[in-house]
Design a protein. Structure first.
Length: 273
């Protein structure tokens, strides 16, 4: 199995093989080690072969397992949700720092998907409440399920809407979003595991990839308290353009942050006090 994955070009073949076995046998890492000398159950063999076939076809491991770890928590996935990425944890780090001295902060996550950003914040801010906005009812269903599984359902509200629709005149201490930011014409150049298995609505940012940022920049100040914070994930070449949009909209303290690979990955800003 590991060799088959390696021959197909799966860079993490050994780890993937281990995780697939654990998934089929419903074992954690310790349980797998404890059972490594046991013969593999015959009644599980076909199930394992089926999962390996899916992985060989390019389906991401997280899709096969149905969940992904993010910020130390486990988030269920469905076809309408993006797989949470490690670099998106930057948004949570910034939010925790920005909100640490605010009593009972209110948070809204635009395009919430699995809810991984807002729910990770709520898990670390026991007095906070959060709203997750998404246009997809299927994504919202998954976000609600994740909130309940994490014991956060009482402090999280999932609402259907297109960016700020449905918020009325509500204001928040923190607005956060990982919006679609891939230019429409470049979608086909993405790796197969992304363009085939991630929802197009979570990828396609319009003609130049900046459509969602224009909407957020134009409306976010109407939904932030004075001095409230904003954090947006961006593509590697979009930081300066998003900076300009936010500056023109009246934001202050704008910062472009880089990820561990040295690429622009997040733009943060504050509303005037």
């Amino acid at each position: 199995m590991r060799d088959d994955l390696a021959l197909k070009g799966v860079m993490t073949a050994a780890l993937d093989a281990q995780l697939l076995v654990r998934h089929v046998l419903n074992l954690d890492a310790t349980g797998l080690i404890a059972s490594e000398t046991d013969p593999f159950p015959e009644d599980k063999t076909q199930a394992l072969k089926d999962l390996v076939t899916r992985r060989l076809a390019g389906e991401p491991l997280a899709r096969i397992r149905g969940f992904q770890e993010f910020y130390g928590l486990e988030f269920g996935l469905n076809a309408a949700t993006l797989i949470p990425r490690p670099e998106t944890e930057m948004l949570v780090d910034f939010g925790l720092a920005a909100l640490k001295n605010r009593p009972a902060p209110a948070i809204v996550d635009l395009g919430t998907g699995t809810g991984c950003i807002v729910l990770s914040l709520l898990a670390n801010l026991p007095d906070a409440k959060g709203v997750g906005i998404d246009i997809s009812t299927d994504a919202l269903e998954q976000a609600r399920a994740n909130a309940e599984a994490l014991g956060l359902g009482g402090r999280f509200e999932a609402r259907q809407g297109n960016w700020f629709s449905g918020l009325g005149d509500e204001r928040f201490d923190f607005i956060v979003s990982n919006p679609p930011y891939i230019a429409s014409a470049t979608i086909e150049t993405l790796e197969p595991g992304v363009k085939t298995f991630d929802p197009m609505a979570a990828l396609d940012g319009g003609e130049d990839g900046l459509g969602p940022y224009r909407i957020i920049a134009a409306q976010a100040l109407y939904h932030l308290v004075p001095g409230g914070a904003l954090a947006l994930e961006t593509g590697f070449d979009q930081g300066h353009m998003v900076n300009e949009l936010l500056s023109s909209a009246g934001f202050c303290d704008i910062v472009i942050a880089k990820d561990l690979a040295g690429h622009h990955r997040m733009v943060t800003a504050r509303a005037p006090k």
